[in-house]
Design a protein around this ligand. Structure first.
Ligand code: NG1
Ligand code: MG
Length: 523
């Protein structure tokens, strides 16, 4: 570990005089300020910014509270904001992207929340998610001011280059920038937000539009550090520890991000994909609990109000080994996760074809109605069977790979550069195999891109983010980056999209160093 964890430090704020003004702000603020002026005929007060992220390894385990290895990347969402002094406050939203039309809505005068209708798919819904969690936070820190009074009216101009539905967290980048902006707009310079608070409040924000996500994206977007990847832990408390890639003899560690350009919208596909997986792994955790006679309880809020696979692991170790909850220690984690994989075999291997609702209810010792109410109602899902064996096995095995990957990343003893690339790459490849076969969240385009990259100089290739389309990430020594890019252009992009423009190609293939997370620019 090269840097102390930074989650309780303040979200940084800059202005044009700042010596350390990040390039992301220096490059982009002048343009967005100008666009704001054109749209509103006034100057904004400040700009908030939050980046997208790529996850190197650890997919679909954040909602089971297992640690992940993401980094913030050099694409982001910016919001230029002017605070209005109006007795009937409203918020006007303008987006640089013409696909997203201007929106305006009033802020309730009694201090209640703006309604969000998750059944419609509109970009302003994501703004409202950020607004909602920021308002909750404001009521918490300054009840006398915000309990019964409206928030400040705003004019907002949004501009971003994180592709939507691509697994690079456009939604989290937007929501984090919005929540930060709303707190800033309402508290002025009297209050400085910590990274930890911004992460904590934004993690559940997307639940409001029906996505039952974990906390990886917001942690990475908020806590990103220049030139550092992050080891993000969710328990015993949310913590993002920055670390540098190892220094190799003859090569730099590079990651190529390649977008399949197959868009997967989680709000629309949730019932059969993302939200269904959350249900499957939560049901698996509780069936394990029933079988081994332990109470699988979750501390704090959880979207399904049920314990998850990490809670089961802790409960099992408490009962059978009189052991404390896992505190994140790597060796202990490896030992316990290995045991969990055995229990998954014991419990589910006989039913690899999956569970019907009745079968799951029987193993949980509850009625069909109770199961439906507890698992299938808050976030509606559609399925033939619940594949508990495959999903639980993926979560425990993937969590184990993250610990091994962290060990490789933070080691300095490599026989050769290739030794590092092979060790880390092989974990990434195993992750992809598991996402494909066990979690079934890959797709033919992802598989194709991974094959091409691996044949042309990548050591590890996998999907990143939720999958079912979206982006892939490839571990590529700097010397091979151009070769991998060219192969993907010739063999994937130009074949699948013969008309593809240079501009679109540049957006689809990203090579980015880790960048700073959320920040503010004061005019
Ligand atoms: P993407 O696809 O980048 O939005 C999603 C979840 C994460 C995590 C990954 C899978 C949201 C907002 N984020 O990421 O929490 O579960 O999938 O590892 O849905
Ligand atoms: Mg998203």
């Amino acid at each position: 570990m090269t840097v102390e964890h930074n989650s309780s430090t303040l979200v940084p704020e800059f202005n044009s005089q700042s010596k350390d003004l990040p390039r992301q702000l220096a490059d982009k603020c002048p343009a967005i300020i100008k666009k704001f002026e054109q749209a509103y005929d006034a100057k904004p007060d400040f700009v908030s910014r939050s980046p997208g992220r790529v996850n190197l390894i650890g997919e679909h385990i954040d909602y089971a509270d297992f640690s992940v290895l993401p980094l913030a990347i050099d694409i982001d969402m910016l919001c230029a904001v002017k605070v209005l002094e109006d007795r009937n406050p409203s918020i006007t939203l303008t987006n640089a992207d013409e696909r997203f039309a201007q929106r305006k809505f009033d802020l309730p005068l009694d201090g209640s929340y703006v309604e969000i209708d998750p059944s419609i798919s509109d970009w302003s819904n994501y703004f409202k998610c950020g607004l909602y969690v920021a308002q909750e936070f404001l009521k918490d820190i300054a009840p006398e001011k915000f309990e019964k009074a409206p928030l400040a009216g705003l004019q907002v101009f949004c501009e971003g280059n994180v592709p939507t539905g691509s697994g690079l967290s456009s939604s989290a980048a937007f929501i984090c920038a919005v929540a930060l902006a709303v707190v800033k707009a309402n508290m002025g310079s009297s209050y400085k937000m910590t990274k930890k608070d911004l992460t904590r409040i934004t993690v559940p924000a997307e639940h409001l539009v029906g996505v039952n996500n974990g906390g990886m994206d917001q942690s990475a977007s908020v806590c990103g550090e220049e030139n550092n990847a992050l080891y993000v832990e969710f328990k015993p408390e949310l913590k993002a520890t920055p670390f540098k890639f190892p220094t190799l003899k003859n090569s730099d560690v590079g990651f190529v991000i390649a977008n399949t350009l197959v868009v997967s919208n989680k709000v629309e596909t949730g019932p059969t994909n993302y939200n269904l997986r959350v249900v499957e792994v939560t049901a698996a955790a509780n069936i394990l609990g029933a079988k081994y006679g332990v109470r699988v309880e979750h501390e704090g809020s959880s979207s399904l109000n049920k314990g998850n696979l990490r809670d089961f692991m802790d409960a099992y170790y408490a009962k059978y080994h009189n052991a404390k909850k896992w505190d994140g220690d790597v060796a202990t984690g490896i030992e316990r996760l290995t045991k969990m994989l055995e229990l998954v075999e014991e419990t589910f291997a006989a039913k690899k074809d999956g569970y019907s609702v009745d079968e799951a209810a029987k193993d949980l010792k509850c009625s069909r109605e109770e199961f439906t109410k507890d698992y299938l109602t808050t976030f509606p899902v559609r399925f033939q069977v619940l594949k508990l064996y495959q999903r639980a096995k993926h979560v425990y095995a993937e969590s184990l790979r993250v610990l091994k990957a962290l060990t490789v990343m933070t080691s300095s003893k490599f026989e050769s550069d290739a030794d590092f690339f092979q060790q880390f790459g092989s974990l990434m490849n195993q992750s992809q195999e598991s996402c494909n076969k066990l979690y079934e969240c890959s797709c033919p385009e992802i598989d194709q891109i991974c094959t091409i990259a691996l044949e042309n100089g990548s050591y590890g290739s996998r999907l990143t983010g939720a999958g079912w389309g979206g982006c892939t990430v490839h571990l590529v020594p700097s010397a091979n980056v151009e070769k991998v890019k060219k192969a993907l252009i010739d063999q994937y992009y130009k074949v699948k999209f013969p008309e593809i423009s240079e501009e679109k190609l540049n957006e689809a293939l990203i090579v980015s160093k880790p960048v700073l997370g959320s920040c503010l620019y004061q005019l």
